[in-house]
Design a protein around this ligand. Structure first.
Ligand code: FAD
Length: 344
């Protein structure tokens, strides 16, 4: 931040208390603020909206099942009995970490930028939508992370039924009544289900020209599985075994075939849990034209779950537990990450 001529926002007499500024009145910010409010601090909660939005139900607003008032709660009301908490409606633009100041644009849009001083700063501004690298989709496929956008999506969905009612061309009518939801995670599944609810239960009988029950709802997901994040079930094809000789023994590994002529091995050996990572290691090889493949164990590497506790990894098939030590390839990390969860 270079410009220093901003006005200091009106301060409240905090009796010299420690000044905490919390940015964002979402799940994170609200948790922090409600707990810290009980301490002898002077707390300022800043949000660009003066209400908390219960995001898990915005998809119901987007499909007309709930009204905005049912998913929003005024932040001021949360803290009305807390004399040490003030709520400011403002857009946070920048921080001056050296000067301990937050630069904000007040919600009225006219006042001009201001600064708010803090001793402790908590930033919980949430996350942005991901369009899987296709930001251009945002223009046609609204998100449901804010009330405004959820209402926009609701307008789009309801207008589609209205447009279909007036459309004489059957092909175009069918297009209006086709809804595509991309992403079969919890929100995608909820959205698709709620559109179906609208088409099958709420709207039938209300139109003269169309039958809303004819609406097509298409749920698309790259991995071809619904709600995969809950069970972490990935399906892999396996089309045979690779036989090889190691340390004088004939051994076999069953690879997954994730791409044509490409083998993906998830294996364990007698070094697993000692010199190498305990759950499994990964190895890739290519099928050659003569039907053979080169298993280069120097390229065996640790799965993501070996270095962070937030990922799940496949465990090896029973036949992929080699009865020999394979000390080539990546070894165990000095800092051990406990096995949290694994699945196949
Ligand atoms: C449709 C949907 C369904 C969901 N379902 C579930 C569920 O079932 N279970 C579950 O656990 N989670 C669910 N989630 C996720 C959950 O809602 C989020 O993880 C959670 O809201 C994140 O909280 P947060 O505090 O990090 O951010 P948010 O709740 O997004 O809050 C961020 C706040 O910061 C404010 N803000 C951001 N930038 C600025 C700025 N520059 N200036 C001022 N204010 C700013 C925003 O206005 C907002 O109020 C769902 C989310 C969605 C969208």
């Amino acid at each position: 931040m270079t410009e220093r001529s901003f006005r200091l926002a009106a301060a409240v007499d905090n009796g010299g208390r420690h000044r905490v500024v919390v940015i964002g009145g979402g799940f994170g910010g609200l948790q922090a603020a409600t707990h810290l409010a009980r301490e002898p601090v002077s707390l300022t909660l800043i949000d660009r909206r003066n209400f908390h939005l219960f995001q898990p139900l915005t998809y119901q607003v987007a499909t007309g099942a709930l009204s905005p008032g049912e998913v929003c709660y005024p932040l001021r009301a949360v803290f009305k009995r807390r004399r040490n908490v003030r709520v400011l409606l403002a857009e946070v633009r920048d921080f001056d970490l050296d000067a301990h100041q937050v630069l904000v644009e007040p919600g009225d849009g006219d006042t001009g930028p201001m600064t708010i001083a803090y001793d402790t700063l908590i930033v919980s501004g949430g996350s942005r939508y991901s369009y899987f690298g296709h930001d251009e989709w945002a223009e046609v496929a609204g998100e449901v992370k804010s009330l405004e956008s959820a209402l926009e999506v609701r307008g789009q969905i309801l207008s589609a039924f209205e447009a279909a009612e007036m459309e004489p061309d059957p092909e175009l009518r069918r297009a209006w009544l086709t809804f595509v939801v991309v992403g079969a995670g919890p929100t995608g599944v909820e959205m698709a289900g709620q559109i179906a609810e609208l088409a099958h239960r709420t709207l039938p009988g209300q139109y003269k020209h169309i039958d809303p029950r004819k609406a097509r709802i298409i749920l698309v997901d790259a991995i071809g599985a619904v709600l995969n994040t809950f069970g972490d079930i990935d399906t892999y094809k396996t089309e045979g075994v690779v036989e090889f000789t190691l340390q004088g023994r004939t051994l076999r590994l069953r690879p997954f075939t994730t791409r044509p002529k490409r083998f993906y091995f998830v294996f364990k050996d007698q070094s697993s849990g000692a010199e190498t990572y305990e759950a499994a290691r990964f190895l890739y090889s290519d099928l050659r034209d003569d039907g053979t493949t080169v298993l280069d164990f120097n390229q065996a590497y640790n799965p993501p779950c070996s270095f962070n506790p937030y990922t799940t990894c496949p465990i090896p098939l029973p036949e992929n537990r080699l009865p020999v030590k394979v000390l080539a390839g990546e070894r165990a990390y000095p800092v051990h990450v406990p096995l949290l969860k694994s699945s196949l």
